[in-house]
Design a protein around this ligand. Structure first.
Ligand code: AHG
Ligand code: MN
Ligand code: MN
Length: 330
């Protein structure tokens, strides 16, 4: 029989205190990365407030411009980009920012150690219909000397060089999930208090999931081998779930077990998703939790980017499901 103590876990440590405790366990840590993570947490709280009120603030709908990918920018895409850029600028820990919503590298503080790559708002098509959307971020340490100009080598680092990565999912509740390479932790936003609290310590992705996520509308453009894998999922009674916000789809599959696929299509020969703004961060999170992420040929985190806006196919999620998929499509 359920008791009152089963009804809810006690709220955990706040995000800021958790980051501080982690920093204290590294005697030589300077605190710069910790400050940067806190700056991202702050921007997430500000954006969360705007997202929840977007229908009232006239923040829904198109902004009337296109981003570098030629996609229509939504008002919230633009707002999210501004909020994160401002928080990272004021925080002072970032030498350069690359963003899905920015054509060029944004140089911020030449004396700082870290670069950030981000998709400020993921799932734009879901903004106006109250469906979960997200923010995705990757953090890299610069290779060049502090104080000098940021170089191409600083920016074009493979995902394996990420020192931290994470996402914020603005959904039925808002959760910030991040890793610094030592496990994956999720913090749920307490709206009345305005803080993120640890709610999901040490997230693990089970190896055999029961969910497959792919846009079925592209069936006619998929390869016969991919059809076979999907038919295999169906025959094994896996369930199909596709939200259309990458963060939300990957988060669900991370917690419940499953595979998310965005393959190359004739319309998107290199896939649609962006390697440096979307795939790398999610690949680090999923690998840290025991899952896998591939572009169909190689590990996402091993891809050496040639252009920071480049796209990639993505096969990500529960390890055995991803392995099975790669085996069947190769
Ligand atoms: P964004 O809103 O940042 O441009 O990303 C949209 C992406 C991703 O979130 C989602 O999984 C995918 O587009 C959906 O694409 P399809 O509509 O082609 O399935
Ligand atoms: Mn996106
Ligand atoms: Mn986006």
């Amino acid at each position: 029989m359920a008791s009152s103590t089963d009804l809810g876990k006690p709220v955990g440590v706040t995000l800021d205190r958790f980051i501080k405790r982690k920093q204290d366990s590294f005697p030589y840590a300077t605190g710069e990365l910790s400050q940067l993570l806190r700056d991202i947490g702050l921007a997430a709280k500000i954006l969360n407030r705007e997202i929840t009120r977007s229908g009232l603030l006239d923040l829904e709908g198109a902004f009337g411009t296109q981003n570098v990918q030629g996609e229509a920018q939504q008002k919230l895409d633009v707002v999210a980009n501004i909020r994160f850029k401002r928080a990272l600028t004021n925080g002072g820990q970032v030498c350069a920012l690359i963003s899905e919503e920015e054509q060029e590298v944004i140089t911020i503080n030449p004396d700082a150690s870290y670069l950030v790559a981000m998709d400020p708002l993921d799932g734009s098509s879901n903004i106006d219909v109250n469906v979960s959307i997200g923010t995705i971020f990757s953090i890299y340490r610069r290779k060049s000397e502090k104080g000098s100009q940021v170089t191409k080598e600083d920016v074009l680092q493979p995902g394996s060089a990420q020192v931290a990565a994470g996402y914020v999912l603005y959904g039925s509740s808002t959760i910030l999930v991040y890793t610094t390479g030592r496990g994956v932790y999720g913090f749920t936003h307490g709206p009345t208090i305005g803080e993120f609290f640890l709610s999901h310590p040490n997230i693990q992705c089970i190896p055999d999931g029961k969910i497959y996520s792919i846009n079925d509308g592209y069936w006619d453009q998929m390869s016969g081998k991919l059809h076979s894998f999907i038919e295999n999922c169906r025959s094994k009674k896996l369930t199909s779930r596709y939200i259309g916000s990458l963060v939300a789809d990957v988060h669900r599959n991370l917690l419940k077990g499953g595979i998310y696929i965005y393959p190359p299509f004739p319309k998107y020969p290199n896939g649609k998703l962006r390697l440096m703004y979307e795939a790398n961060a999610l690949a680090m999170i999923v690998e840290q939790s025991g899952g896998k992420a591939s572009d169909g040929k190689q590990r996402i985190l091993d891809i050496q980017p040639e252009d920071f806006h480049q796209r990639t196919p993505l096969f990500i999620g529960s390890a055995n499901l991803v392995d099975k998929c790669l085996e069947m499509i190769s």
